[in-house]
Design a protein around this ligand. Sequence first.
Ligand code: ADP
Length: 260
Amino acid sequence: YDDEVLHVNTFTETRQLSEAFNKMLGRLKQLDETREEFVSNVSHELKTPLTSMKVLADSLLSQENVPIELYQEFMGDIAEEIDRENHIITDLLTLVKMDKTAQDMNIKSVNINELLEQILKRLKPIAETKNVELVLESFRPVTADIDEVKLTLAFSNLVENAIKYNYDDGWVHVSLNADHKYFYVKVADSGIGIPESDQAHVFERFYRVDKSHSREIGGTGLGLAIARNAVLMHRGSIKVYSIEGEGTTFTVRIPLIHVV
Ligand code: ADP
C-alpha cells in the first residue's frame, strides 16, 4: 500500500515538474526571441546610415574630376549620416546601461520643481529655434525619492519630443502636481499629434510614426523606450493621449517614496 502511495506521489510530482519545466522553457524561448528581434532591429538601424554613406562615397569615387560643390555636398551628407549613427549608438548604450543598472538605483531626495526647471532651461534654446513657447506650471512644491539621472533623462526626452514634433509658434506646457502618494508630471504640446493606431506602439524600441516624416525630423525611436524604462524602474506609470494634428499629452505618475 505504501509503495502505491509513493508511486502515485512520484507520478504527480513528475508531472508537476515536467509542467514547470515546460513553462520555463517556453519563457526562455520567448526571451530568446525578444533578444533576437532586438539584435535584428539594432543591426538594421545601424546599417541604414552605413548604406547611405557607402552609396555617397562610391558615387564620389566613381567619378573623375568631381566639382568641388558636389564633393562638398556629398561630404556634408556623409557627415550627417555619421551624426545619425552616433546618435543611435549613444541612445542604445543608454538603454543597455539602464537595463543593467535597474537593480542599483541611485535614490536620493530630490526637489522635482528644480529638476523640471533645469530641464526646461536647458531645452529653451531648442524651443526658440521654432518659436515654441515653453511653460512650466508647478502647482505645489514636490520633493521625492528618485534616481535623478534616470528621471532627468525621461522628462528631457518627453519635452524634447514635444518641441521636435511641434509646429512653428506652438506651445509646450509642463505641469507638476502631487497628492499624498504620488507626483504627476504632464507634458502637453500643440504639435502634430500621434495617430490612434500608433499610440500603443510609440514606447517600443525603434518605433517611429510615419518613417518618412519622422526621418525628416530626425531621431532614433529609442527616446520613449528609455523614458518608459526609467519610469517603470520607479514603479511609476506613463500614458499618452493624442489627437492627430492637434497635439499630444504624456502623463507620468511616480511614487513620492521609493519602495524596493
Ligand atoms: P524619436 O527618436 O523618433 O523621437 P521616440 O521613441 O522619442 O523616438 O518617439 C517615438 C515616435 O513617437 C517618434 O518617432 C514620433 O513619431 C512619435 N512621437 C513621440 N513624441 C511625440 C509628440 N510629442 N508628438 C508627436 N509625435 C510624437
